[in-house]
Design a protein. Structure first.
Length: 118
């Protein structure tokens, strides 16, 4: 049973910083991608950033240059460093892990709320 537990959400001021963490437990294939998605009120869930087990990253254009995704393969943990957040970054952030070799092996965390407001 694969479980993902997010932490680090909360209230942050515009221009501040916040770091999200997601610890993954259980058996996952070594070839995988870990990522962060978000869903704002009334909107569809969207990709924020993804990182593969060999370090390749993908970012949404809206967060490039402000957010950084990283991972610790020993701890099976993925991080999202959010710098200079904007009010439009307010959303529930979800952690995701998926296998790159097994179709359909895709897991989600329960989400953590990030509110960017002064």
């Amino acid at each position: 049973q694969v479980q993902l537990v997010e932490s680090g959400g909360g209230l942050v001021q515009p221009g501040g910083s916040l770091r999200l963490s997601c610890a993954v437990s259980g058996s996952i294939f070594s070839a995988n991608a870990m990522g962060w998605y978000r869903q704002a009120a009334g909107k569809q869930r969207e990709l924020v950033a993804v990182i593969t087990n060999d370090g390749r990253t993908t970012y949404a254009d809206s967060v490039k240059g402000r957010f950084t995704i990283s991972r610790d393969n020993v701890k099976n943990t993925v991080y999202l460093q959010m710098n200079s957040p904007k009010p439009e970054d307010t959303a529930v952030y979800y952690c995701n892990v998926r296998s790159l070799v097994v179709h359909g092996m895709n897991y989600w965390g329960k989400g953590t709320l990030v509110t960017v407001s002064s």
